[in-house]
Write a protein of this length. Structure first.
Length: 106
C-alpha cells in the first residue's frame, strides 16, 4: 500500500519550512549545517521539526544564526520572527466553532 503525501493548507505552513523548502533542504540537511552551542556537533532533525511545529522556540547563538542564514540563503532581516506555524486568527477561531462573547461593563 502506498502512502499519500499530505498536503498542507498554504496559510498554515510554518515560515521556516517555507524558507527551508525554497532552499531545497530537508530538516536533516538544514540541521547538519547549524552547529550546536558547543560547536562540537550539529543540531538534530528533531530540533528543526520542533521549531517548525512550534513545540520549541529556538534560542540561537550568533554563529548559529549566521549558519542558518547561510544555509537558507537569506539575510538576518529575512528570517521570520516566529519559525512555527502561523497563529490562528479570529476568523479561524470562528470557523473552528469557538464563540466569543462581549462582556458587559456592568
Amino acid at each position: 500500500m502506498s502512502k499519500k503525501k499530505q498536503t498542507q493548507d498554504p496559510e498554515k505552513i510554518p515560515a521556516l519550512q517555507i524558507l527551508r523548502e525554497a532552499a531545497g533542504l530537508t530538516q536533516s540537511a538544514l540541521a547538519r549545517q547549524i552547529p550546536d552551542k558547543s560547536r562540537t556537533k550539529t543540531l538534530s532533525q528533531k530540533a528543526i521539526s520542533n521549531w517548525e511545529t512550534g513545540k520549541d522556540e529556538p534560542e540561537l547563538t550568533v554563529p548559529q544564526i549566521k549558519a542558518l542564514c547561510k544555509a537558507l540563503g537569506v539575510s538576518i532581516d529575512q528570517l521570520p520572527d516566529d519559525f512555527g506555524p502561523p497563529k490562528p486568527s479570529l476568523a479561524d477561531d470562528v470557523e473552528g466553532g469557538l464563540v466569543y462573547q462581549k462582556q458587559s461593563d456592568g
